[in-house]
Design a binder for this molecule. Sequence first.
Ligand code: SAM
Ligand code: SF4
Ligand code: SF4
Length: 339
Amino acid sequence: MAARDTLGRRLRSLRISVTDRCNLRCGYCMPEAEYVWLPRKDILTFEEIGFLVDVFASAGVDRVRITGGEPLLRTDLPDLVRLLAAKSPVRDLALTTNGVLLPERAEALRAAGLHRITVSLDTLRPDRFRNLTRFDALDAVRAGLAEAAAHFDIVKIDTVVIRGVNDDELVDILEYGRELGAEVRFIEYMDVGGATQWSAADVFSRAAMLQALAAHYGRVVAVDEVTSAPADRFRLDDGTTFGIISSTTEPFCRACDRSRLTADGLWYLCLYALQGTDLRGPLRAGAGAGELRRLIESVWTRRDDRGAERRLAAGDRQPLIPLEKLQREPHLEMHTRGG
Ligand code: SAM
Ligand code: SF4
Ligand code: SF4
């Protein structure tokens, strides 16, 4: 039986960050010149992650997403995928990547048992890609997406839409996804830790996205489905579907079954949570599966997080965490807790 929190939400979906390092510097996630990295000795081994996944599964988790930082920087990632794919309670095993290293990894990840893959891509224009990420890697990402589409049945593209930056590319990206057979999910710019340049004026809202798409395609119909997935899905008249993740203007915390494990074993109950639960300490001190499970269940059953809803209700939004605090507490960074 899955543990339930104070709002009746099941412990179900676990996002595991396998590294806080990244080979891009997206302006909405890692805009600064310098970062404080997690000490290498603290990074969980794949065996430790596997053990924790068994414990989480015994408490109800059946969906696992591997993320980062950039997860493909761990060159032996297929070993972790193989380890997790062999666990029968894990019914859904996914990866979120920036795609830069996918051309050479997609086939091995599929062979290792990964079920599905999501690639983050915000623009199809090389100059914009360079401005957005500080690297000249658009061709690599496109090649990675093509390789992913060749090996996986389910490929998604996640696109953060920022006003005045890439809000004129919604149709192009949707068409690109359609050609690849990849569903696109447009994400509102969030004021999470690390987004130190965030401003409300830069948010291109779900309503604005739907308006822009309807102006081009005509009718856009909401897909009627009950799900805890963060994206609301829509359908165009020709059958093409896409998603919108409206965490900033229309949050969906009421159905949120997601929690996050950092690469060094801190467990966070919300993207906006300021504190996590240390699982690495007890694990390395020899805590058994039963003891860790009781810890996880006792934390989850007290969960009342509704970070995005609270941010919206508070009004007058500024970046969540000041830069000096992020430098002291890198766990508050989006690239540390895995997005
Ligand atoms: N590096 C991988 C990638 O980019 O796919 C995985 C980690 S990244 C932190 C996970 C997701 O978080 C990406 O899709 C990224 O676009 C999203 N993200 C990061 N900062 C964000 C922000 N301020 N607002 C909305 N989405 C954000
Ligand atoms: Fe971009 Fe992902 Fe790296 Fe953040 S972690 S800078 S979103 S590629
Ligand atoms: Fe879940 Fe927190 Fe995001 Fe709300 S803000 S959907 S509670 S992770």
